[in-house]
Design a protein around this ligand. Sequence first.
Ligand SMILES: [Zn+2]
Length: 354
Amino acid sequence: MPFEPIKLDIEPRPDWWKVRPDEIVDICKSVKRGKAEIIAETPAGFPVYAVFYGDFSEPAPQTNWSAGSSSSSYTSYDPRGTGSPQTFLFLAGIHGAEAESVCAAVNLIQMLESGSDFRGKSSPELLDLIAQYRFIIIPCANMDGRAISPDHLRKVSHEDFRHASQGTWLNGDIIGWQGSKEHFPLPLDQVKYPGGYPNSAGFNIMHDACPGNIRTAEAKGILQLCERWRVDAVLNGHSCEFPPSIIPPTLLLYPAYQERGAKIAAEFLRRAYEEKFRPDLPETPVVPRGATFNLNTMMMFASGAFPLTLECCVSGNYTFDELMEPNYLALEVFLADGLQKPFCNRAEIFKGTV
Ligand SMILES: [Zn+2]
């Protein structure tokens, strides 16, 4: 590990806020009702786990999604038929400093294994929704970033938040959210601290999205998992300094996903406001915007998956429970929507009607 963990003056976490790499590994190793598998090894040598719930016994696809979605039948990629359970991926911790989704994923695994999370709380609604899917949890994609990040960033200053997240150059300047994206990888010899954003080789896994030149084992593992298990939808868990929201889909998703993603994002805002995870309900309607692309787009190319990114809040005056729980809420909203109508209608994609 080339960089030491950052030291911030933060309050002690509650016992159930389990987000350290050894705690993530422990919960994955303890899984009995599901099945845990290592899908990648990070540059610093940590395992990246995926935990599977449901029937994952079918043979590998005979074709990939690009070819299958252009073939005479989408069933060449997914022969399971429209009546089979959809496959949902909850992808947490792509950015290591953003601990909220990791905390939720670890607690959700505990809930799926024992009936209640590490707080002793249960969510029957969420468990019932999950039971209607094949459900995969990647509790922490960026174990390297997590290993050098604080347990949480609750009530830290804006400067400390930025330092912990995207790091600081040797001259003391903050690298910043967009500044960090001017390099791929981040030149580690020029930084005092890289932040928990990239892995230990400096790569921001969320932007490891160049066809033919995927650089990280973490992104490769995630994309291969999507392809192998025909993932239909992904909730990609992040955090920032603002109240929780689902990011509007970009214009580079399938048109049906743009429209539906905006609808789900709006429904999440409404529910988050109603349940007091947000102080306000924005009046501006949620619409697809921007044409940027990233690992979400790649996951769509890998399996046809419908991806959405959740941004939780890392700080503010939220309690620890309120920092984590929007992840449960986003899953509820997203999973409930998929029961109204399948996320990834592969037959429609084949016909070009989405
Ligand atoms: Zn993030």
